[in-house]
Write a new protein. Structure first.
Length: 454
């Protein structure tokens, strides 16, 4: 792949209409849409380039089933942007770029959402039907016939693999909701790089290795001091700092009114070889969301099979209680977590082989209390947040940029988003999305599974 062009702005760049803190897939998408809206934009990130943080540990699954209408509609609208990626980025159609980038690619595989009591399949079907997402429900016989390599046993509730009960046979069987338009992006970090490239093409500036050490509002201007001693000034700041977002809010003295909190969470995603059942087949292996066993998985390029966890209650969660220690987490895949997640996947897919040596990536996710993100203004004028996004918002990044641009444009023009929430109508789906679904002062989403499913 082509590296991103070295357009890192010097840390002495001092003013902008809007400063975006964080250059992951979310922050880069926000920067692109703010630049498209005509604002001068400066992106600050303490990493060496876009997508070097939690974005690079994303499974990059593109799926549509969430726990509310607005979150499901968001994912469905974003799908069209990923499918038409070059168009969404606004890359020139005819005039060649001096250094054209490699682009991440959408792979349509379909996805199976296996039944689980915690997520009634009729409710899920109602949401998909309401948002216009194509799907079909496969009962256990249909599922076994269409996907004969799949164990259709129902094993709920989740159990640790060390428990003998995990290995017990079952007479219960499950069905699944199949969404044929789901899939994955083949390189999450490249997706952030593409967005950052497009943002620069539209006039944004980027400053990497630029760590913010203080953030204060003086008059109508935010003053951000960087570790190199320089200062950036802007009337608008967007916190898209991923696992550091809560700490950045605290640094800026923002967030006392929030009713939804965020915490950093160490996560692992593992990679093994694709099950042999798909060797020689023309149809792609579908992604599988398996809350019944506590895992999710998807195919990948070159015969890869990506396996992650869905936060089963029987497994410990690795919360990073001191946000300033995020940079110091163990970056090595652990044998214990690898065995737990891949064994669950192999229980569902008996043909899946499990190498003795673990392979995968480690990241720190930015997790909201209800696994639903916060896209909102704050009580501090000019300070906006795109946080609580990790785990299930990579797929929504393109439209999140549109959300923030619409929200900032309205609020900066005097609109009271708290009293009369801004809405966004998708260009591709025609669905109207109420941005209060992502409010900082909302009630915790009781419909959420409190897992990466959302």
């Amino acid at each position: 792949m082509n590296a991103s062009p070295d357009t890192t702005a010097p840390a002495t760049a001092r003013t902008a209409d809007a400063v975006v803190v964080g250059s992951g897939v979310i922050g880069s998408a926000v920067a692109l849409e703010l630049a498209r809206a005509g604002r001068s934009v400066l992106v600050l990130d303490k990493a060496a380039g876009p997508g070097h943080g939690s974005t690079s540990a994303s499974s990059a699954v593109i799926r549509f089933l969430y726990s509310t209408f607005d979150t499901t509609a968001t994912a469905w609208e974003a799908k069209f942007m990923w499918e038409r990626w070059a168009d969404h980025l606004g890359l020139p159609a005819h005039a060649p770029l001096a250094d054209p980038p490699s682009l991440t690619t959408f792979h349509r595989t379909g996805m199976l959402h296996l039944d689980v009591p915690a997520v009634p399949h009729q409710t899920s079907q109602d949401l998909l039907r309401a948002t216009g997402v194509p799907f079909e429900y496969l009962d256990p016989d249909d599922l076994a016939t269409r996907f004969p390599h799949l164990d259709v046993g129902a094993y709920w509730p989740n159990k640790p693999i060390s428990d003998d009960a995990f290995w017990e046979d079952t007479q219960s069987r499950l069905g699944a909701i199949y969404t044929p338009d789901a899939g994955y992006m083949d390189d999450p970090r490249l997706a952030a790089d593409n967005l950052a490239y497009a943002a620069r093409l539209h006039g944004a500036r980027t400053s990497y290795r630029a760590e913010v050490v203080s953030c204060d509002r003086i008059g109508s201007t935010w003053h951000l001091s960087l570790a190199d001693g320089s200062v950036v000034e802007s009337p608008v700041v967007v916190n898209a700092a991923g696992p550091w977002s809560g700490a950045f809010n605290a640094l800026a003295g923002v967030g006392d009114e929030f009713t939804v909190g965020v915490r950093p969470l160490r996560q692992e995603v593992h990679q093994v070889r694709r099950p042999a059942a798909w060797d020689g087949r023309d149809d792609p292996a579908p992604a599988i969301f398996d809350l019944d066993l506590g895992t999710y998985m998807r195919p990948g390029p070159g015969g890869a099979w990506v396996v992650g966890g869905s936060e089963p209650a029987c497994d410990p969660m690795e919360w990073v209680d001191a946000p300033h220690t995020v940079d110091g987490i163990d970056q090595h895949v652990s044998l214990e977590r690898y065995e737990a997640q891949v064994t669950r996947a192999a229980r569902r897919l008996p043909d899946l082989t499990m190498p003795n040596r673990p392979s995968g990536v480690v990241g720190v996710y930015d997790v909201a209390d209800d696994w639903t993100p916060i896209y909102d203004r704050t009580d501090a004028p000019g300070f906006y947040v795109a946080m609580g996004t990790s785990g299930n918002q990579f797929k929504n990044a393109p439209i999140v940029g549109c959300f923030l641009a619409a929200l900032i444009g309205a609020v900066e023009d005097g609109h009271d988003h708290d009293a009369s929430p801004v809405t966004y109508t998708g260009e591709h789906s025609g669905l109207t999305i109420d941005l209060s679904a992502f409010s900082r002062t909302r009630e915790v989403n009781t419909a959420s599974t409190h897992t990466v499913l959302g």
